[in-house]
Ligand binder design. Sequence first.
Ligand code: NDP
Length: 292
Amino acid sequence: MNDNRNSFANIPDSSLSDRYAVFGHPINHSKSPRIHKLFAEQTGQNLAYSAQDVPADNFTAAADAFFSAGGKGLNCTVPLKELAWRYADRLSEAAEAAKAVNTLALTADGSILGENTDGTGLLNDLTANLQLNLPGTAILILGAGGACRGIVAPLLKQKPASLVIANRTPAKAHTIADDFNSLGAVDACGYDALAGRCFDLIINATAASLSDELPPLPAGLLAENGTCYDLAYANRPTAFVRWGLANGAAKSVDGLGMLVEQAAEAFYIWRGVRPATAPVIGLLDQERRETN
Ligand code: NDP
């Protein structure tokens, strides 16, 4: 938690301009400014949203400067989500569980709320956009980093038949499973323990796609009519999306939908207005197809 904002803790909300930003490092390829511009146009909200390159060692100073200059909310991405979690004055249940914050919001009493909208974003994409019915299914998460931590609780709320986390470093998967076991059964393992197992939904939450790599996945891992979902997104199909297609997935998609959905949740927290996500996902998807 950060105690460094007492000087402006009681400034009334009306004295602040409607400025928002995404902080991250690197940040130059962020789609967030475009997404929030589209949301603002669609909903008639008057706001400005910029991207700012903020390395981890400058996060607290940059966030203090942003809020003391009247900024109303921040998105925080790699490598800042844990720092944002520490920065917030108070945390939502999702942010507390995830130990990571992707959305900071200045509230009417001057305190900074920390929220994690990644899990809701993924769930909205899976259930509303992709029309998946998750109760009773077998779900596998690959990877045990910050993104995994943000999605376990909302997935458990869907009452899957089983939820397994597999990771290159199995100890990290076991730690997350232990942290969330009170919400529902979560198993953890390394990739070698996946042989002979089969899942309806496989979610890639590793950073492997960013270097066009793939965790070592055994044949037969995906059930018939199963779904593959890569949290990473790119202009071309990621290595994991291609693996899904090659292994008979009924749907094999990347995380563009989750990106737009988590942004919509942040927009709602800040503005109290819920933008329609389908036209924005459709437009961004069309634009990236045209670049190929
Ligand atoms: P972290 O750095 O916290 O975690 C990375 C994970 O990937 C670790 O479990 C790591 O394993 C694993 N990993 C990295 N490289 C490899 C590899 N070559 N083979 C196997 N495993 C590997 O990253 P995050 O959790 O923050 O992000 C994960 C992914 O999710 C990223 O691609 C990110 O872009 C995406 N994401 C997308 C969002 C969206 O809105 N669509 C939102 C949030 C994240 P180990 O523990 O052994 O090091």
